[in-house]
Design a protein around this ligand. Sequence first.
Ligand SMILES: [Zn+2]
Length: 339
Amino acid sequence: MTDPRPMASVSLDVDNLWSYMKTHGDPGWETRPTYLDRFFPPVLDALDELGLRITFFCVGIDADREENQGAFRSLTARGHEVGNHSYEHEPWLHLYSREQLVAELSRTEDALVRATGQRPIGFRGPGYSWSPLLLELLVDRGYLYDASTLPTYLGPLARRYYFMTAKLTDEQRRERAGLFGSFRDGLRPIAPYHWRLGSGRTLLELPVTTMPAIKVPFHLSYLLYLSRYSEPLMVAYLRSALLACRLTGIEPSFLLHPLDLLGGDQVRELAFFPGMDLSGKRKIGLFLKVLRILGEHFRLVDMSTHARAILGRGGPPLRAVDPIPLVSPSGRGAAVRAS
Ligand SMILES: [Zn+2]
């Protein structure tokens, strides 16, 4: 019997301890402190408990480092997909030249093949950064989908909070000017679509899903934030978002981050981050609860399974969207058409 539920994809961006420290301008990140050995075992156990296979968007330099080899090997050994989350995890890929982008992609692909035995066919830019050139390079390299967009109006608010807590030079602030996107990112579609590239080719985009119509995020980081005020409020908000997705025919792409599952008791270095006043045990409990609610409404799969299902369906063609960047290469937020 076929499963009557629509699909939803689940992914986790494997942002490591050092990458949070680097983006935040904290000293000591250069030695690449890692929590992956602490992070993966409980998370993979929780996913097994749910019977779930998801996509882990991995950072190349972590996959290259000796101390992380066991952690990365366990991802594919337990049936999960690995995606490309860049090599250096710098959330300003829109400032990168062609040569820099090719190096980011190819070095990560090579590192992931070595560490996991799997070549990535999906990409998500760090901090939701991307450029039209990057999308062309993904097609050149045989990628099935991109997942770098977060259609919300709240990006500038998230950036303001982040700047308030970070210790950054003027130059570092300029590089990070596009972090979390601009107000106009809220104008992008929520449902999957085709990028219509300058070369005449297309690439499937699977946006991180936000609440239909009002485009407020409901990925796990936001849900945990609500849970600090009231768990019933969190559940009600999640159920409203899922109901809105069902009513508008949207199959969500649900996003996770390591700090959704690691508690402040496990990563004291990141105490400034919202939600780090919760323990790891409490977070795993909330994670299981949220994923079970998602699973009541949707059949949960990894990103490439979702992408292939979307591309393999009959019916009306996907919407085509021109990749006009919403943050200019100067970082000033002007909408420009890239060459
Ligand atoms: Zn990331």
